[in-house]
Write a protein that binds this ligand. Structure first.
Ligand code: ZN
Length: 347
């Protein structure tokens, strides 16, 4: 995108700022408003809803949107948003915080990755459209009514119920020297302060938030991945804290709050994340675990059938590092088996 287009988009957005309109307000307290955006009445006469928390800092500054649980089983970010909002409403800061603790609330309420009504994965269908299924409608409404009014987005994810991922922050790849949006996105990812940084240069799918928000509004987005069901057993509070601190570090990066004083994570690793799929189902066993450095050809995992016969072996396609994996013993043909990082740079 040229600088001129970017500037025009920004000017338009500056005029639209502070105009997130909620359909239902459930709480108004000081500079904080909690409420819902409704996007369709159900047969039982309740509505599909997006819960929104808006906290004005009391001073001019950026509007930062942080959302979580667009995949309904990824809730570390949700807990961190709730905690951060409670803190922010009692302090002055620059700009506006917009928190959406459960973007796909139907999926969240059913502890499901995808929308139950139509089966769609919300983070594959952006920018959405208003003339298709409810998930497409959610994406389109969210972009129009929330995302178009903000300066930057943290779109929180995690391993959810079936995957594990080590904490990482993904940012949008640069399209050239004057690509200010990507520069900001990378800056946000670095500020988020986790071990792995992923430039989304090799995404195997379309329709995701970060790239579509850049295209539509010229705003920077990062996608952190923190926590998972297996991590929650011992590290739930730690993972929520990583999210919470990361969010504050990005606020500090934009000058919304003073520097947090967090010590930068040592030995950050820049990776290209690769999704390695299983071709057969069965009971899978991991031979390499998170953070293990692997040589090309080493075995990452094996799958056995119900009679104990090995039906598949996953070999590392190149030297790399294990970022995550399918964390459930049973795996099906086509499932993501290994989330495997090619190491681009070590700090
Ligand atoms: Zn996700």
């Amino acid at each position: 995108m040229s600088k001129l287009v970017f500037k025009n988009l920004r000017r338009e957005r500056d005029c639209m700022k502070q105009q997130i309109v909620l359909d239902e307000i459930v709480n108004k307290r000081g500079r904080r408003v909690d409420g819902f955006i409704n996007y369709g009445q159900k047969p039982d006469m309740s509505h599909y809803q997006i819960p929104v928390i808006i906290v004005e800092g009391g001073h001019p500054g950026k509007t930062l949107l942080i959302d979580a649980a667009m995949h309904g089983d990824e809730t570390e970010g949700s807990e961190a948003i709730i905690k951060l909002a409670a803190e922010l409403e009692n302090m002055e800061f620059n700009g506006t915080f917009v928190g959406v603790p459960a973007l796909n609330m139907e999926a969240f309420a059913c502890i499901s990755r995808a929308t139950l009504t139509d089966g769609f994965n919300l983070n594959r269908i952006f920018p959405g459209t208003k003339d298709k299924y409810i998930t497409h409608y959610l994406a389109a409404e969210y972009m129009e009514r929330v995302v178009s009014h903000v300066d930057a987005v943290i779109n929180m994810h995690g391993g959810g119920d079936v995957l594990h991922l080590e904490p990482l922050a993904a940012y949008v790849p640069s399209e050239g020297e004057d690509d200010e949006v990507s520069r900001l996105s990378q800056g946000m990812a670095e500020a988020f302060n986790v071990k792995y940084l992923w430039c989304q240069q090799n995404l195997p799918f379309d329709g995701i938030t970060s790239l579509e928000y850049k295209k539509a509004f010229g705003i920077p987005t990062i996608i952190p991945e923190v926590g998972s069901q297996c991590s929650r057993f011992v590290n739930r509070e730690r993972d929520v804290d990583i999210c919470y601190r990361g969010m504050k570090n990005v606020m500090a990066y934009f000058g919304m709050i003073p520097p947090t004083g967090d010590k930068p994570v040592e030995h950050k690793i820049h990776i290209e994340l690769n999704y390695l799929h299983a071709r057969n189902g069965g009971i899978q066993k991991l031979c390499k675990r998170e953070n293990e450095i692997v040589e090309e050809g080493e075995t990452l995992g094996v799958i056995h059938d119900m009679f104990g016969n090995q039906v598949e072996e996953l070999k590392a396609p190149f030297p790399g590092v294990v970022i995550g994996y399918w964390s459930v013993p049973v795996i099906r043909p086509g499932d993501w088996w290994s989330l495997y990082g090619r190491i681009l740079k070590k700090e």
